[in-house]
Design a protein around this ligand. Structure first.
Ligand SMILES: Cc1ncc(COP(=O)(O)O)c(C=O)c1O
Length: 474
């Protein structure tokens, strides 16, 4: 076919359709999807070449943000090539097949033992790998519910109205647990200028039907910790005085891999008598890609036997305590990789580096002269900077977030605090290893520039939003 005839054939495609000629050429030179909409509503009748399918997906994903510029997420966006290799080499192993993959099961147990030790468990204990902190919290809170029921049954007391006490600073998963598992949530509202809770907030809500108190180590909103020592002391005193043995679960989704290295002398874990279980996300400061989380009990007896299922159809009698069954082994192995690769010293180095850069970012943002840093000073905090505008401006935090995203591609969320602090708008930047010194200073300049642009062009949004987030990147 001459070049002229070919061009004519290309241009003779029916409107909205593909000429046969073009379809034929595409199989040689291009990709089918360049000329067709992506399969959408139903399973396509015919498939495509693997390379075409790959490029179809890759082409669309350019519309997603670049993970390294995602300052919203607590979750790992960068791993070493060797850690990534552990993941890719083990994608074909189903973690739950313990009989078939006994060494993976053993490695999971090693991770649990290391974490229990890091969290100062008094002796041998138990725990489980989960998909993330949300699953770990569901399982931990279910254990609290079962244990409470056992205590009530032993006394011959009513056990129809369980409640769980926590602050408005918790992650949404705590309310989800209460709704899914029929427990009354007793949520302590925050105060306009205080974004964590302490014993005086908790005490009025606790009674004989309280299955437990949830306290947070490293809140999603500002990265601070509840007064866990104070709450523990109050619960110990309550036990002595009224005989209510109310356990505490510490949600250390982020803090569990930060506090042991940055604040090793602060007690928040099993050093405190009422702390019976702890969750931590391996995929946050455990530095593994999603999804991996951990639940660790203080003692084996804190896991009610009724919640453990035994089966032997995989070839060996096996105990499971999970909400799901099949899942990949890769992230368990990657967690073990990080634990042995970094050790105590390596994790300390990583956390201190992130903290140092978070402090640098806080100083640079303060120097802009328009912002108030939330919890500056000595407060123990995750490596992040939470800040808000000071004084009157013709724009707000949501405008700054939009301006930064459109001009520089930074994903730096703006959000409102939970009740009763929901009039407070906040911005928050996680400072990970991918945000080194130079990028920190560049980011601060970009924030300053965004403010200057907005001062000229004014607000981009109506300012009356309530609890509308640009995504806190849980
Ligand atoms: C304090 C806290 N708890 C629980 C969660 C849920 O964790 P995951 O995403 O691992 O399920 C998060 C997530 O950011 C969190 O910050």
């Amino acid at each position: 076919m001459s070049e002229h005839t070919q061009r004519a054939a290309l241009h003779s495609a029916p409107p909205g359709g593909i000429s046969r000629q073009l379809g034929h050429l595409a199989s040689e030179y291009g990709n089918r999807f360049l000329l067709e909409p992506a399969p959408d509503h139903r399973l396509p009748l015919h498939g495509m070449h693997p390379g075409d399918a790959l490029r179809l997906i890759e082409q669309e994903l350019v519309l997603d943000g670049i993970p390294d510029r995602n300052l919203a997420t607590f979750v790992t966006t960068e791993m070493e090539p060797e850690g990534t290799r552990v993941i890719t080499e083990n994608l074909h192993r189903n973690y739950i097949d313990h009989a078939e993959y006994p060494q993976t099961a053993e490695i999971e147990q090693r991770c649990i033992r290391m974490l229990a030790n890091l969290f100062h468990a008094p002796g041998d204990t138990t725990g489980t790998r989960t998909q993330g902190s949300s699953e770990a919290i569901m399982l931990g809170a279910l254990s609290l519910k079962w244990k409470w029921r056992q205590r009530r049954e032993a006394k011959g007391a009513d056990h129809s109205s369980p409640n769980l006490v926590f602050g408005g600073d918790v992650h949404v998963v705590w309310e989800k647990f209460c709704r899914y598992f029929d427990v009354e949530p007793r949520i302590i509202p925050l105060q306009p200028d205080r974004y964590t809770i302490g014993p005086e907030d908790v005490a009025p809500h606790v009674d004989e039907n309280t299955i437990g108190v949830a306290a947070v180590l490293g809140t999603t909103f500002t990265g601070h910790a509840d007064d866990i020592v104070g709450i523990n002391d109050m619960l110990v005193e309550l036990k002595d005085r009224k005989g209510y043995d109310v356990p505490m679960h510490v949600d250390a989704a982020s803090g569990g891999f930060v506090w042991p290295f940055l604040y090793p002398h602060t007690k928040w874990d099993f050093r405190l008598a009422q702390v019976r279980s702890i969750n931590v996300s391996g995929h946050k400061f455990g530095l593994v890609y999603p999804g991996i989380g951990w639940l660790v009990f203080r003692e084996t007896a804190d896991l009610p036997e009724e919640l453990v299922f035994y089966e032997n159809y995989l070839g060996k009698r096996d105990a499971t305590f999970t909400l799901n069954f099949s899942t990949g082994s890769s992230m368990v192995l990657a967690q073990y990789y990080n634990l042995v690769r970094l050790g105590h010293e390596g994790y300390s180095y990583v956390m201190e580096t992130m903290q140092s850069n978070a402090r640098l970012l806080a100083a640079e943002i303060t120097a802009i002269g328009e912002f108030h840093i939330i919890g500056s000073g000595d407060a123990e905090q995750l490596p992040l900077v939470a800040f808000r505008l000071d004084g009157e401006h013709p724009y707000d935090e949501f405008d700054i977030a939009s301006q930064l995203a459109s001009e520089r591609g930074w994903m730096l969320p703006a959000y409102t605090m939970p009740p009763n602090a929901d009039h407070v708008k906040v911005m928050r930047a996680l400072v990970k290893l991918s945000l080194g010194y130079t990028l920190v200073t560049t980011l601060a300049q970009d924030i300053s520039e965004a403010c200057a642009v907005l001062a000229k062009k004014g607000s981009l949004h109506p300012h009356d939003r309530k609890r509308v987030k640009t995504g806190t990147g849980y």
